[in-house]
Design a protein around this ligand. Structure first.
Ligand code: AMP
Length: 307
């Protein structure tokens, strides 16, 4: 039984009001794998990189137990490249450049070894490729979670609508939820989106936490108030990795357990933003994670007497 992760493995160049990075290793699936592998040692990755992607980064993931048989290396091509600039609030950003490179002609092939997939995390990627992975799996996984972004809503909405019909959980941020639904109110947006296919919807609101919607139910998880946010890149993917990693570990996909998974995802994301790229995720111990989850418990615990 395994957790299959699909998504970009890439180079990013990031500008924040406080600093600028050179080209650093990023990509949705990179963050997801680092995050999810804290909870399960059966992460199986599907992606594509160019010959420029550092082999050392692949070795580090392998050393963590992440299986890379589904990662194609196109030696003569360049890896996917994304560059973005964050606004002063560190919550919103502009994409400055997206170079598909290896992604332009990529056809994911699901290795036979991955057919035991029980949990499928479709990280941010071309929607047609996300769909192709679902279609290649002989048995439908127990849970399919999808992440996407405005870029794909603008360039591949038809395919995105097809994938939405096949997933259980959609993870997006607040501006993407508004764009996808055409609704300003997030409650109204959730209603519209839940009619597009997914049974569960998680709307991430950066430093303002995350909302989980299912049927008529809503749950809210805060984000940890941090004194310093260094680089928010990958926070959404790290959240996704913590969320599905925890569900894969506990094997319980009830609404109640998804509440815990959202707290775990938020805890992991709170580490990601503390340093540039994946640096902070690479340093984490189980004690660090447990301690941070405890801080979340204390942040929201209160008692009130009602007369
Ligand atoms: P996040 O900050 O969690 O939304 O994710 C940022 C990561 O997404 C970066 O590491 C990028 O490489 C990756 N990314 C940016 N744009 C895209 C895109 N259009 N498709 C797939 N991945 C992307």
């Amino acid at each position: 039984m395994s957790l299959v992760v699909v998504g970009t493995m890439a180079f990013d160049a990031i500008e924040t009001p406080f600093g600028k990075s050179d080209k650093i290793v990023g990509g949705a699936a990179t963050y997801i794998a680092w995050s999810a592998s804290n909870f399960t040692n059966s992460v199986k990755q599907i992606s594509v990189v160019g010959g420029d992607f550092p082999k050392k980064e692949l070795k580090l993931l392998e050393a963590r137990g992440v299986i890379l048989d589904g990662v194609e290396i196109k030696e003569k091509e360049k890896s996917f490249f994304w560059s973005g600039r964050y606004h002063l609030d560190m919550n919103t950003r502009d994409t400055l450049d997206t170079q598909l490179n290896v992604l332009a002609n990529f056809t994911p092939v699901v290795p036979e070894l991955y057919q035991d997939c029980e949990f499928l995390m479709l990280g941010n990627l071309v929607p047609a490729l996300q769909l192709s992975v679902i279609e290649q799996l002989k048995n439908r996984p127990k849970l399919v979670v999808l992440d996407t972004m405005n870029f794909w809503m603008e360039t591949a909405m038809g395919d995105l609508e097809k994938v939405l019909k096949k997933v259980d959980v959609l993870l997006i941020n607040d501006s993407e939820a508004r764009q996808l639904s055409g609704q300003y109110s997030l409650v109204a947006a959730a209603k519209t989106i839940l009619e597009m296919g997914p049974k569960y919807l998680v709307i991430k609101k950066g430093e303002h936490g995350a909302l989980l919607f299912h049927e008529e139910k809503v749950f809210f998880a805060p984000a940890l108030p941090l004194e310093m946010v260094f680089d928010p890149t990958g926070a959404g993917d790290t959240f996704a990795g913590g969320f599905i990693g925890y569900l894969a570990k506990t094997k319980d996909i009830s609404f109640e357990n998804m509440k815990s998974a959202i707290i775990v995802g938020s805890a992991l994301a709170s580490f990601c933003v503390e340093k540039f790229g994946t640096t902070r995720l690479k340093e984490l111990s189980k004690a660090d994670i447990d301690d941070r989850i405890q801080q979340f418990k204390e942040l929201t615990k209160f008692e009130i007497e009602l007369e």
